[in-house]
Design a protein around this ligand. Structure first.
Ligand code: PXG
Length: 443
C-alpha cells in the first residue's frame, strides 16, 4: 500500500484547509538532513525546519540512535513522585545554557503546555509571596502562545478570539511592534519602536494597578504572526519596567530558542534576562514532543519553600513530563548542536542569509523583508479582495519547485535548519524569487 492509497477523510488536520488538502494532498514520507522526500519520489528542500523545530536537520544519527536505544531500554517512567536520571541530567544542561539564574526546569510536552505552565507558575509564585492578588496577565497583540485557552487569551490573534472568546478574562495586551512605515526592509533589529514598550508603564500599570499584575509574556521575536523582529531597545525597556513594578517577564522562546536568531536563545542575542523562558520545538530537534519552562532560582525556591514539608509544592504536571524518549532526544540534540557548533554556524551564515533574503525586495508585491539570525519574513501586499491568496499560491509554487516555505496571512516565513549550506540558501531564495515572479503575473 502506498501513501496514495490511504483514505484521507478520517484525519481532521490541524491548522489546515482540510478540503483543499484532501483534493490535492502533499505527502512527505521520509527526511534526511536538509530534505524531505515526497510520496511521488521528489526531494523538497526544507526551508522551514519542519515547523520551526528541526534546527539540526533531519534524522541526525546521534538523535535517532539515542531514541532507539532509549525505547528499548526504558520506554516510560512515571513522572510524579518518581524520577529517571536523564530528566535530571537534561535539567542540569539546560540550566547551564539558560541566561542568568534561570536554573530550574519544569517539563511538559509542547509549547502550548509550556505557556500554560509558565502562567501557572507566575500565579503560584505571587501567591507564595503573599501577593495572590497579582493575577492579571499581560500579552501582546499578534502574539502567538500556542493553542491552549491560556495561550490564546494572552496571545493576540483575532481569529482565536472570534471563535473561542477570551476565556482568561484578567488579561490585557500591549500593542504589537510591527510598523511598515517606520521599519520596512530593516536588516536585523529595527531602529524604531523601543518606545512601544512604554505602554506597559503609561497605560497598563495605571489601569490595572501594578499590585494586580502577575506577568508579562512576549515572544522575543514573534514568529507565527509573521516574523516581527524586536526593535532595538524594546525588550530591554520591558525588562526595566517589569523590574520597577515587580512583574515577572516571560519570554516564549518556543520558536526562537536553539540558535534560530543567533546564540542559543534570543534572550542572549538581546542581552535581556527574563524571569522564565518557555522552550519546545528545537529542544528535541522536533523528534519527540517536548516543552519546558526554565525558571529563575528565586521563583522555584519561593514556591517550593512556601509549601509544608512533604507536600507537593506546585499542583501541576503531565503524565509525560520528562518522558524518557524526549529526554534522550533532547540530550542527543544538545550534543549535536554542541559538537557541530551549530549556533555558531547559524551566526556565521546569518549575514549571507540576510543578503540573500533582502534581495527579494525587488520581487513583485513585496512590501517588506525582515530578518534576524536564520529567520526571515517576506511580506506581500494582499491581492485586493483575496487576502492570503498571493502568499499561499507562492507556497504551492515553491512546493512544486521542490522547496518548503511557510505562510501566515500574506507573509512568507523561512527558518531553515542551521546546517543549511550557502548553495542551499541560494536555492531556497532563488526558488522563492521565481515563484514570486510567477505569482506576480497572475495579478
Ligand atoms: N509559543 C510559540 C511562540 C509558538 O510559536 C507555541 C507556543 C505552541 O507550541 P506547540 O508545540 O504547542 O505547537 C508556538 C507554536 C507557524 C507555526 O508556522 C508556529 C507554531 C506551531 C506551528 C506552526 O507559524 N508555533
Amino acid at each position: 500500500m502506498t501513501a496514495r492509497d490511504t483514505r484521507l477523510e478520517p484525519y481532521w488536520m490541524p491548522f489546515t484547509a482540510n478540503r483543499a488538502f484532501k483534493q490535492a494532498p502533499r505527502m512527505l514520507v521520509a527526511a534526511k538532513d536538509m530534505h524531505y522526500s515526497t510520496d511521488d519520489g521528489r526531494q523538497i528542500l526544507d526551508g522551514t525546519s519542519g515547523l520551526w523545530c528541526v534546527n539540526a536537520g533531519h534524522c541526525r544519527p546521534r538523535i535517532v540512535e539515542a531514541i532507539q536505544k532509549q525505547v528499548a531500554t526504558m520506554d516510560y517512567a512515571p513522572a510524579f513522585q518518581m524520577g529517571h536520571p536523564d530528566a535530571f541530567r537534561l535539567a542540569e544542561r539546560l540550566a547551564a545554557m539558560a541566561p542568568g539564574d534561570l536554573d530550574h526546569v519544569f517539563y511538559c510536552n509542547s509549547g502550548s503546555e509550556g505557556v500554560d505552565t509558565a502562567l501557572k507558575i507566575a500565579l503560584a509564585y505571587h501567591r507564595a509571596r503573599g501577593e495572590g492578588h497579582r493575577n492579571v496577565l499581560i500579552g501582546r497583540e499578534r502574539g502567538y502562545h500556542g493553542a491552549g485557552f491560556g495561550g490564546i487569551s494572552v496571545g493576540g490573534i483575532p481569529a482565536n478570539r472570534k471563535v473561542y472568546g477570551n476565556m482568561l478574562f484578567r488579561v490585557d495586551h500591549l500593542a504589537h511592534t510591527h510598523n511598515l512605515k517606520e521599519n520596512a526592509f530593516s536588516r536585523g533589529q529595527p531602529a524604531w519602536g523601543a518606545h512601544l514598550a512604554d505602554e506597559l508603564e503609561a497605560r497598563i500599570v495605571p489601569l490595572h494597578d501594578a499590585s494586580n499584575i502577575a506577568a508579562v509574556i512576549v515572544e522575543p521575536l514573534a514568529g507565527s504572526t509573521g516574523v516581527l523582529v524586536p526593535p532595538k531597545g524594546y525588550l530591554e525597556r520591558l525588562r526595566q519596567i517589569c523590574d520597577k513594578y515587580g512583574l515577572l517577564l516571560i519570554f516564549d522562546e518556543v520558536i526562537t530558542g536553539f540558535g534560530r536568531t543567533g546564540p542559543c536563545f534570543t534572550a542572549d542575542a538581546v542581552g535581556v534576562v527574563p524571569d522564565m523562558m518557555i522552550i519546545a520545538k528545537g529542544l528535541t530537534n522536533g523528534t519527540v514532543p517536548m516543552g519546558a519552562v526554565i525558571a529563575r532560582r528565586d521563583i522555584y525556591e519561593t514556591v517550593v519553600n512556601n509549601a509544608p514539608p512533604g507536600m507537593v509544592e506546585l499542583f501541576h504536571g503531565y503524565t509525560y513530563s520528562g518522558h524518557p524518549l524526549a529526554t534522550a532526544a533532547a540530550l542527543a540534540s544538545l550534543d549535536t548542536f554542541e559538537e557541530e557548533g551549530l549556533f555558531q554556524r547559524g551566526q556565521e551564515l546569518a549575514p549571507y542569509f540576510e543578503q540573500a533574503v533582502q534581495s527579494l525586495r525587488e520581487m513583485p508585491n513585496v512590501i517588506d523583508v525582515r530578518n534576524m539570525g536564520l529567520v526571515a519574513g517576506i511580506e506581500l501586499e494582499s491581492r485586493p479582495g483575496a487576502p492570503t491568496a498571493r502568499a499561499f499560491e507562492t507556497f504551492l509554487k515553491c512546493y512544486e519547485k521542490g522547496v518548503l516555505i511557510r505562510t501566515t496571512g500574506d507573509i512568507i516565513a523561512m527558518s531553515p535548519p542551521l546546517i543549511i549550506s550557502k548553495a542551499q540558501i541560494d536555492e531556497l531564495v532563488g526558488t522563492l524569487a521565481d515563484a514570486l515572479r510567477e505569482v506576480g503575473r497572475n495579478g
